[in-house]
Design a protein around this ligand. Structure first.
Ligand SMILES: Nc1nc2c(ncn2[C@@H]2O[C@H](COP(=O)(O)O[C@H]3[C@@H](O)[C@H](n4cnc5c(=O)[nH]c(N)nc54)O[C@@H]3COP(=O)(O)O)[C@@H](O)[C@H]2O)c(=O)[nH]1
Length: 846
């Protein structure tokens, strides 16, 4: 029976039995108490490490049992350490029951420690209950003690024992809070070793203090009538010691298991922390990367029921689509509502295709955002999910600027800047297609080549801005008068081309149709065009080449129409001409000549011939250098045939320089010989060559390199140099003349406005064209002679000398001489001859 008897004033304290404790066992009991407390508080980590309340509770119970057994063992080891002068036994039931309050005390202690930040009330309350629990255990255990003595408790020490236990237990429970207040670095979850040791030591002391203060409170009075024989079911001290050893081993095992588990928790904790850290780093990196991407990173999901949503989108979706990620998380309709109506169907088809084939989705489409049209480019990889939905992961970028740049490049590459019409490159591509179409449908088509007859004069007289305006309005007229399937293009300058198909299945019908088209065009273009108040009527030459398909190439067809246009031009103004195969063969020859001319320069097949120019005294005053080409198979080819080709393809520039170099070299040679030093050389200069920006420098440098004096050189130019650029011609002539170089106007009388130019330009000589001289031959008083005489008088009045070309007869010479002509050139005196022949002739003359 659990009963507490206290001493009072009548208690004969002097009769109390003498007791003592064995020190080693006392120390052992203290260690057991601390060890048990340590094992118990180690369960705090295990309780905190799990999210599962039932698992935590299990650890709570085990920890409480470890504590209970420890307290209980400590008590009985303490009892073994206690020495009375008589045998001591323990009653087993009470002894066993005394374990329960010890376990409860452990349970309460762990309940407080489990909380990472327990309140002061919880600490004091928990500590007090713990102290009481240990006290109950102790005094219950004492009541199970069987000795031949009466057990009384001194009330003051009894109370002190409970108080000490409560205070010490509260202190133990306060250790973690205290450490935290002192800002010791440990994680709230982490019940570190030192912390545990301090807590366990205080708890061990609480348990031991109670025990030994309580033992001090106990007074054993010998019985007047001792019990003769001990009770039948008792536990003696040896058994208690054995229990203590077993209990200690149990505590050790529990403690070891706890420590191992604790290490595992720490390990998995650190692993978890590491992965958490890595995950955070990856997430950070991902966010940083995503924020730098020029678009939005997203996931798009197509559910089996057809629902579309965007489970993830980076913040940039606001910029790209003008919606937040949350707004489209569960429903992507808002995104699709923005898509341009012309692009929506294609977009949907591309998504379905990617979903079916599980191929990378890549698509460009337009959206309307804030009233503007934007081009977006999507790129994503699809992945089938377990629920059958397709999840695409990728990114969407705004490619509006790229698209605009592409369009601009396209415009610049394939369209004429001034008129917006297709340019030559695009047109050539269209011809290829038109030819294929014609062949496929067995239909004739036509290429119309237009060239304005008087565009140059318009530009010269009214200025380039008027010219540009005219070209733009013509482009409008042309493009609005042809079908969409036809192509109207501008090849450059005032040249327009029109490609039209389906003109008929026979050449006759197609010719009639194309002619009608061209006539309509002439009428249309002849209507006055308003150029800033100035009414302008266009006259146009049109060349037409029919085509029926595969046998022709684009270049060939263009060339045919071009030739036909030149034919039209040569006939007169506002004329239509169809391509003629005869002209074509001439063209082919011309093309071959062009190739051979290039080779001729490389193979040194070119030479200079010299034709004398005779003075009034009948002596040779100089020569005209004339280019000669001796073809290895076809013999001499006339410059009248190859010079226009060279002018057309630009070969005239290197060719002209070669002539100039050779002539200057010869001039230098003559200037060093007394007999020939007064001779001059006339060199023909084409307009293209003359208008080269460095022409003057080239001439001066050539003279200097040859070592020739400039006054011996005469440059023969035609009036075309003036037509091409009057200002430039004037400036260059002045510059050349300033160095003593003479300038002659060649072929005078063949052009339209030679007279006008003669008065405006500083020529030294005028060469009357041979056609005049030859026409004038028959009738000495005819009109031609009157014209020649007028030219001669006018030139002389302007201070220019006159050279008559093409003098073939004595009669011509006589008449020209009578008109005071200064120089004579013609077969009558000498044909153009090679240098050797000329040198021989000169040596006999002088
Ligand atoms: N830019 C350059 N043009 C050149 C050069 N060399 C020649 N040419 C030009 O080629 C055209 C043809 O020249 P060519 O066949 O040499 O004919 C010249 C004379 O042979 C010819 N001529 C001279 N006298 C008579 C004659 O009495 N009767 C007659 N039927 N023909 C005659 O006239 C041509 C010279 O003409 P021109 O130059 O106008 O003085 C010709 O246009 C050459 O200019 C060159 O290096 N560069």
């Amino acid at each position: 029976m659990f009963q507490l008897n206290f001493t009072n004033d009548t208690t004969p304290a002097e009769l109390a039995l003498t007791t003592h404790h064995s020190l080693p066992l006392v120390v052992l009991s203290l260690l057991i108490a601390i060890l048990a407390a340590f094992a118990s508080v180690s369960h705090v980590d295990l309780m905190r490490s799990t999210q599962s309340p039932s698992v935590a509770h299990r650890w709570h119970i085990i920890g409480a049992i470890a504590m209970g057994i420890g307290v209980w063992t400590m008590h009985f080891v303490g009892m073994v350490a206690f020495k009375l002068p008589m045998d001591v036994y323990f009653e087993p039931v009470t002894t066993s029951i005394s374990l329960i309050p010890a376990i409860l005390a452990g349970y309460i202690g762990l309940r407080v420690l489990r909380n990472t930040e327990p309140s002061a009330f919880a600490i004091v309350g928990g500590g007090t209950l713990m102290g009481l629990g240990i006290g109950v255990m102790h005094y219950l255990g004492m009541s199970g003690m069987l000795v031949n003595a009466k057990m009384l408790y001194r009330p003051e020490l009894f109370t002190l024992s409970i108080l000490v236990a409560a205070v010490m237990a509260s202190s133990a429970l306060a250790v973690p809070r205290l450490m935290m207040a002192l800002q010791c670095t440990f994680n709230a979850r982490d019940f570190s070793f030192l912390l545990k040791l301090a807590t366990a030591s205080l708890m061990g002391l609480a348990i031991s203090s109670l025990h030994y203060v309580a033992m001090a409170a106990t007074v054993f009075l010998p019985l007047e009538w001792p019990i003769a024989q001990g009770p039948s079911h008792t536990i003696d001290e040896t058994l208690i010691a054995a229990f203590a050893v077993i209990a200690s081993v149990f505590i050790l095992v529990v403690s070891t298991i706890t420590v191992i588990l604790r290490f595992r928790i720490l390990e998995s904790d650190s692993l978890a922390k590491k992965s958490e850290r890595e995950a955070r780093q990856i997430e950070d990196r991902f966010k940083r990367l995503v924020s730098r991407l020029p678009g939005t990173v997203y996931q798009f999901q197509l559910d089996p029921d057809g629902r579309m949503r965007i489970p993830y989108a980076s913040a940039a979706i606001e910029h790209v689509h003008g919606v937040t990620a949350d707004e489209v998380k569960d429903n992507a309709d808002r995104i699709f509502q923005m898509v341009h109506k012309d692009d929506l169907e294609k977009l949907m088809v591309s998504i379905q295709k990617s979903a079916q084939e599980l191929n990378v989705w890549k698509h460009e489409y337009r959206i309307r955002l804030n009233g503007n049209e934007h081009w977006l480019q999507g790129n994503a990889i699809p992945d089938r999910q377990e629920d059958g939905s397709i999840l695409w992961s990728g990114f969407i970028t705004d490619v509006t600027e790229k698209k605009q740049a592409e369009a601009r490049i396209q415009q610049l590459a394939f369209y004429d800047e001034l008129t917006g019409l297709p340019n030559r490159r695009l047109f050539e591509d269209r011809i290829g297609r038109a030819l294929a179409e014609a062949s496929r449908h067995q239909q004739y088509g036509a290429l119309l080549y237009l060239d304005l007859d008087d565009f140059k004069s318009l530009n010269d007289t009214l200025g380039h801005s008027f010219g540009d305006r005219l070209l733009r309005s013509l482009a409008n007229i042309l493009s609005s008068n042809f079908r969409e399937t036809d192509t109207v293009a501008r090849l450059g300058g005032d040249e327009f081309v029109i490609l039209t198909g389906n003109l008929g299945t026979s050449e006759d019908i197609a010719t009639r149709n194309a002619n009608r088209l061209a006539e309509n065009l002439l009428t249309l273009l002849h209507k006055p065009v308003d150029l800033n108040g100035y009414e302008y009527k266009c006259e146009t030459s049109i060349g037409i080449a029919l085509f029926d398909g595969a046998e022709q190439s684009s270049e060939e067809l263009l060339k045919r129409a071009d030739t036909a246009m030149y034919e039209a031009k040569s006939v007169g103004r506002n004329v239509i001409r169809f391509h003629d195969p005869h002209i074509q063969s001439i063209l082919a020859k011309r093309f071959r000549l062009e190739i051979e001319l290039r080779q001729a320069m490389e193979r040194n097949e070119l030479t200079l011939a010299y034709q004398k120019q005779i003075g009034r005294n009948g002596e040779c005053q100089g020569v005209e250098a004339l280019l000669r080409w001796k073809h290895p198979e076809r013999g001499f080819i006339s410059p009248a045939d190859f010079i226009p080709i060279a002018e057309h393809n630009g070969l005239i520039i290197p060719l002209g320089r070669w002539v100039l170099r050779t002539a200057c070299h010869q001039l230098s040679v003559w200037q060093q010989e007394p007999k020939t030093q007064g001779l001059h050389i006339s060199v023909n200069v084409s307009s293209k060559q003359f208008h080269q920006p460095d022409f003057v420098d080239v001439v001066l440098k050539t003279l200097q390199q040859a070592g020739a004096t400039a006054t011996g050189l005469c440059l023969e130019v035609t009036e075309s140099i003036v037509l091409d650029d009057l200002e430039d011609a004037l400036a260059k002539m002045q510059a050349l003349r300033a160095h003593g170089i003479r300038i002659a106007m060649d072929d005078f009388g063949t052009g339209y406005s030679s007279m006008a130019y003669l008065s405006r330009l500083p020529f030294d000589e005028v060469k009357i064209d041979k056609s005049f001289v030859q026409r004038a031959d028959e009738r000495a008083n005819g009109n031609e002679w009157v014209i020649i005489e007028t030219i001669m008088t006018m030139a002389h009045k302007l201070g220019m000398r006159v050279v008559a070309e093409g003098v073939e007869t004595q009669q011509q010479h006589k008449l020209l001489d009578a008109m005071n002509c200064d120089f004579f050139q013609g077969f009558y005196f000498s044909r153009p001859v090679d240098l050797e022949t000329l040198s021989r002739a000169l040596s006999t003359e002088h």
